[in-house]
Design a protein around this ligand. Structure first.
Ligand SMILES: Cc1cc2nc3c(=O)[nH]c(=O)nc-3n(C[C@H](O)[C@H](O)[C@H](O)COP(=O)(O)O)c2cc1C
Length: 381
């Protein structure tokens, strides 16, 4: 199978699976516990149907939106994800370049493998920095000041990862950073030698957002221990309020699901919330963002930008979320499989296909601007 034969999410996933060693594919593809939230994320869109209007003159369609002060040419963005250079040696460079080409925002994870400064310098499109809250308040301050100095536009604090999710596929293969593979996991790497050659013939794997502060390279600190030892499970709303003040710019919380939390986010001065269950990788059994979207938009949508992610695989998924009141939609695995399958051309192809799908779907819905989408065009079964 080749990139040119990839026409949708499932094709890219198949190509990624063919290319990646099993433990790395499972790290992307897997989720927590029984993976029921992961499955629901994608199927939740099927409980709702679009009701199109016709004969409205839809020659030119404008997909642009403005989110937390950032103008995006399309209503979707690349949500921050960890360890991208493990999936393809160009990692975040490939994703940022593709996002810039489409004119949309990309996220850089605290566990990113290219420095936020290098990305900010090379790609002129809005960048958000995904932050985890550390016990060491000085470290939090230093990391935020670093992102500010680099010119990062949006701070995105992930609040659904106060402890790591139970990802049993990774337990079986021994996937961790540094690698601690089981024998079965090692055999799977041996089956994909091309990945190994790519990995050793390119720049060494690094975690540049953290390496000044945490000794990951020396192998003394694993990502698992980073979560349990360095992140602060006692984080409260007061801590975040102080961060919002210090950042003094667009600030959003990723992983808010409850109405009272959405209201608190407004109280402490956040500009956005992202309804998310981390792609089903944290609390299995938690509600899908799409299922929860209307309740949150009704409660706070006129006072804060509400975004969502999880399970987005189609243009019609994006249209349904926007029709319910989301300002934009985040993508995770939708761009990670193409990254693994083919690097930057893969991500570009996937994002362009989604853009083309949305333009086509907008025309079929009788809409030329995103703000024409509304609940009048949706029916739940
Ligand atoms: C492999 C992988 C790594 C991720 N790493 C992070 C991360 O470092 N920080 C974060 O806030 N979210 C992370 N996420 C969650 C995504 O930002 C996003 O919320 C999720 O992938 C959306 O679900 P989807 O994959 O179904 O689109 C990760 C997701 C995946 C699949």
């Amino acid at each position: 199978m080749r990139l040119a034969s990839c026409h949708n999410f499932h094709d890219f996933r198949d190509l990624a699976q063919a290319r990646l060693p099993g433990p790395i594919f499972d790290y992307i593809d897997g989720a927590a516990d029984d993976e029921s939230t992961y499955r629901r994320n994608a199927t939740s869109f099927d409980d709702c149907d679009l009701v199109p209007n016709v004969l409205r003159g839809v020659k030119d369609v404008d997909l642009s939106v403005t989110v937390m002060g950032q103008k995006l040419a399309v209503p979707f963005y690349c949500s921050p994800t960890a360890l991208q250079r493990l999936f393809h040696h160009r990692g975040e460079h490939a994703v940022a370049a593709a996002a810039a080409k489409l004119g949309t925002m990309f996220g850089v994870s605290s566990l990113g493998t290219v420095s936020l400064e290098a990305l900010r310098k090379q790609y002129s499109t809005p960048q958000c920095y995904q932050f985890y809250f550390h016990k060491d308040r000085g470290l939090n301050r230093a990391m935020m000041e670093r992102a500010k100095a680099a010119g990062v536009e949006v701070m995105m604090l992930t609040v659904d990862s106060i402890t790591g999710g139970n990802r049993e596929r990774d337990l079986r293969t021994g996937f961790s950073i540094p690698f601690r593979l089981t024998l079965a996991g090692m055999l799977q790497f041996a089956l994909k030698p091309k990945w190994g050659i790519d990995y050793v013939t390119h720049e060494a794997f690094r975690l540049p957002q953290l390496e000044e502060h945490v000794d990951m390279g020396g192998g003394t600190m694993s990502i698992g221990r980073y979560f349990t030892e360095m992140l602060d499970p006692s984080m409260t709303w007061d801590d975040v309020a102080a961060m919002v003040k210090l950042w003094n710019g667009p600030f959003c919380l990723k992983g808010v699901m409850a109405v009272d939390d959405a209201k608190r986010a407004i109280d402490i001065g956040c500009n956005g919330i992202i309804l998310s269950n981390h792609g089903g990788r944290q609390l299995d059994g938690s509600r899908s963002a799409f299922d929860q979207l209307a309740e949150i938009v009704d409660a706070v949508g006129d006072r804060i930008h509400v975004l969502m992610d999880g399970g987005v695989q189609r243009g019609t998924h994006v249209l349904k979320a926007l029709s319910l009141g989301a300002k934009a939609v985040g993508l995770g695995r939708y761009y990670l499989y193409p990254l693994a399958a083919a690097g930057q051309p893969g991500v570009e192809r996937a994002l362009t296909l989604l853009q083309t799908e949305i333009v086509r779907d907008m025309k079929l819905m009788g809409c030329t601007r995103i703000d024409q989408l509304s609940r009048t065009n949706l029916r739940f079964r």
